[in-house]
Design a protein around this ligand. Structure first.
Ligand code: PMP
Length: 406
């Protein structure tokens, strides 16, 4: 792997100052910073070949369409999908989950059917299913978690039954960092012919993803969590499901033939890509994938594990701190509270020290309810963070404690 200062210099924003202090960016779970190559690719679209894709016969449109489809191939290979038909571009994880919840619901869900999610879900993997349940008269079942922030696998097995129509779980909890045993979850569901959708929003950032090995039926993620622009995401689905599901949105490009009497739909993946797609975002995502592959996925994983170990030791060494999510299988996220200091107060003091952390429920209110708290402070790290930055966070927390002790 490149050395850390070279990696950091790939990300222009990391060298900026906040309140005249060097920025310490620990909010990578919310969104990641962008390397110069992604910024350049975005710029290149608008300065060299911006034109709508799949529409014109002119040179610019041809080039834009070609780059967009190249990006699809990069995503396909990155997640090891079987074919490009299985890779649909969306606006992000939220857009992808809404697509699955709507289309799967329309096709397969009836009154009294059950959908299983876990207690660790982000709101994006709760609300679309609730909306679908409301429309269809279906029931949402929730896998409980223990005090360490792990799902209770035996309870999951008990929830599976012949009314279960789909399981939708996150690969990694954004609030606590817990890695879920998705392979085992999928295996158990498949033994009863139940499909599984995996929310990869927090999984995609921290290591290699192989949807074929995982054997998930749907896998969704957002580009902005892996160093790509915002507004682009991916819905992977097995062809057998995608070809069976009705489209989510209607409009240009998703159709084969339109008359007032009857419309037929385009082939996959276009059936699910209505309207002008975010092709600059998709192209940026392709470049971001090239970038992280050039660093090496195994090296990224190793480095982030080291950061997690270092940060856990440093932060848990402060006796006023309580860490939420204490499983052995977690990604580089530390979610914590400091004594009885409100997370917003602590977050604001840290901000003044140049340290960006996330505070609040992290769009996972049920997780907070489970622990009887109204939020946490979350430091989410990735490969461009350093142990020096973790030390600054440690010192910052100690300053917060002193300040509120007065
Ligand atoms: N699921 C999880 C686990 C997440 O962490 C997030 C983003 N915080 C989402 C879904 C939603 O992602 P987006 O806002 O990019 O659609």
């Amino acid at each position: 792997m490149k050395n850390i200062s070279d990696i950091r210099s790939d990300f222009p924003l990391l060298s900026r100052k906040v309140y005249d202090k060097p920025l310490v960016y620990f909010d990578n779970g919310a969104t990641t910073q962008k390397p110069q190559c992604v910024i350049d690719a975005f710029n290149e679209v608008f300065t060299e070949y911006n034109a709508n894709i799949h529409r014109g016969v002119h040179a610019l449109s041809d080039r834009a369409s070609e780059e967009y489809e190249k990006a699809r191939e990069k995503v396909r290979s990155f997640i090891n999908a079987g074919s490009r038909e299985e890779v649909i571009f969306t606006s992000g994880t939220t857009g992808s989950i809404n697509t699955v919840a709507f289309s799967f619901g329309e096709r397969f869900i009836n009154t009294g059917d059950e959908i299983i999610i876990s207690h660790l879900e982000h709101h994006a993997n709760i609300v679309p299913w609730q909306m679908m349940c409301d429309r269809k008269g279906a029931i949402l079942k929730v896998i409980p978690i223990n005090d360490r922030g792990e799902i209770l696998f035996d309870e999951y097995l008990k929830l599976l039954n012949n009314r279960t129509k789909i399981v939708a779980v996150t690969q990694v909890s954004n609030a606590l960092g817990t890695i879920l045993p998705v392979k085992e979850i999928i295996k158990a569901a498949h033994s009863m012919n139940i499909p599984v959708m995996v929310d990869g929003a927090q999984g995609i950032q921290h290591g290699a993803i192989d949807v074929a090995a995982m054997d998930c039926d749907f896998y969704v993620f957002s580009g902005h969590k892996i160093y790509a622009p915002t507004g682009i995401g991916v819905l992977y689905g097995k062809t057998k499901w995608l070809s069976d599901l009705p489209p989510y949105q209607g409009g240009g490009d998703m159709v084969a033939n339109v008359t007032f009497e009857k419309t037929t739909y385009n082939e996959l993946p276009f059936k699910f890509e209505a309207g002008t797609m975010n092709f600059p975002g998709a192209i940026g995502l392709g470049v971001a994938i090239d970038y992280i592959l050039s660093l090496g996925l195994e090296d990224i994983e190793k480095r982030e594990k080291e950061l997690l170990v270092y940060a856990t030791e440093r932060i848990s060494g402060i006796k006023e701190v309580k860490i939420y999510g204490n499983t052995d299988r977690k990604i580089s996220i530390i979610s914590f509270l400091i004594n009885n200091i409100h997370q917003y107060d602590a977050g604001m003091v840290l901000d003044k020290l140049g340290i960006a952390v996330r505070t609040g429920t992290h769009c996972a209110q049920p997780v907070m309810d489970r622990f009887g708290i109204d939020g946490t402070i979350r430091a989410s790290m990735c490969f461009y963070n350093t142990t020096e930055e973790i030390d600054l966070l440690g010192t910052g927390i100690e300053k917060v404690i002193k300040m509120f002790a007065k």
